[in-house]
Design a protein. Structure first.
Length: 353
């Protein structure tokens, strides 16, 4: 049976349309042999696929003066594809992995991340697919839990420590060191997925090992019911942060509620430290109704509003997709004001804490 291509990197990027000059958020998946892009992360089938063999990548791309952190991928047929990241480090990480994938593909090699555990060898008799089924056994497998961290709830997931504990107790490995290598192999082949900033950073090569034997590193099975949510009512609970930053921009915008999808006028205050967009009742009150964490977010103009009838709002919309994948839809008073808000939010998302 033919092996499925490994998922090297995935996340939200803003992609330019191939025919029209429209930019829309897409869930982008970098495989060994191509890039798939989806309208939403939960979609089963991609909107399109870009082959990498014979392609070249250009970064930074200055073709669009008003857009920052854009990179261009030119395929073998000389067709250009443009992507925009949320901040500099994210763009550079995508470019680095795409370059590496193209290099290995053109050289007839498999993509492989650097390993700091080269001295450990997995037995050839280990069947990762069979092991995965054992891990998912309802009675004897790894228990899927509801875990909480950083004002977020992770459903149907488990910790890295739980994975290593299970591998050792089931005699799949002799010790935790071997368990770490085996879990890393399960992760690289897609049998495990990282959930949360800690495990995602390690999987992207920012740690000594791609898998972490830690109680605060979360993972999940790709075909489970995993989902992440923030503590929220119709308006999100305010994170208890000291307002110590400089106000970058403030003013009134229309905000769509998460549950009832209705639109309300809110006063927004954008600060650079911490990187939050707080919103208030415009009628008064010093305490904010909620806050949007901007570090690592994607912000873009919205061309089509999926859950809103056209006559409900004017088409001066933009969308913020946070690092933990919460979507916020906002409406400005004019196209100029919308552009000013997007630029200000992008700046804070890139440099704020």
């Amino acid at each position: 049976m033919e092996r499925e291509p490994m998922r090297i990197r995935e996340g939200y990027l803003v992609k330019k349309g191939s025919m029209f000059n429209t930019w829309k958020p897409m869930w982008v998946v970098l495989l060994e042999d191509g890039i798939e892009f989806y309208k939403r992360k939960a979609d089963n089938s991609p909107k399109g696929m870009i082959p990498l063999k014979g392609s070249s990548i250009h970064s930074p791309c200055q073709d669009f003066g008003k857009r920052m952190f854009v990179f261009k991928l030119t395929v073998a047929k000389q067709q250009d594809h443009f992507f925009q990241a949320a901040y500099l480090e994210e763009r550079d990480a995508w470019v680095r992995d795409i370059k590496k994938a193209i290099h290995h593909l053109d050289g007839g090699q498999r993509f492989a991340r650097k390993s700091t555990r080269k001295s450990i060898r997995l037995p050839e008799t280990i069947n990762l697919s069979a092991l995965y089924l054992s891990m998912k056994d309802p009675e004897k497998g790894i228990k899927e839990l509801k875990l909480e961290k950083d004002k977020r709830v992770f459903n149907h997931c488990f910790t890295g420590t739980c994975v290593i504990d299970w591998l050792v107790s089931s005699s799949s490995v002799r010790n935790r060191k071997e368990g770490l290598l085996l879990a890393s192999s399960l992760l690289s082949e897609g049998y495990l997925q990282p959930a949360g900033d800690t495990s995602k950073a390690a999987a992207e090569g920012l740690s000594d090992t791609p898998f972490l034997d830690l109680s605060d590193a979360y993972y999940y099975f790709p075909d489970s019911g995993f989902f992440c949510e923030g503590y929220s009512s119709d308006d999100d609970v305010v994170l208890k942060e000291e307002f110590r930053g400089t106000i970058v921009k403030q003013g009134c915008l229309l905000k769509q509620g998460h549950r009832r999808k209705n639109w309300k006028v809110r006063k927004f205050v954008l600060r650079d430290d911490p990187a939050y967009l707080h919103y208030y009742d415009p009628a008064g009150g010093e305490e904010p109704l909620g806050a949007i964490h901007l570090r690592g977010c994607v912000v873009t103009v919205v061309e089509d509003m999926p859950d809103t009838k056209k006559y409900d709002v004017d088409n001066i919309l933009f969308e913020i997709i946070t690092a933990n994948e919460i979507h916020y839809y906002l409406q400005a008073a004019s196209p100029t004001e919308r552009t000013e808000w997007i630029k200000a939010i992008q700046s804070v998302a890139r440099t704020g804490k």
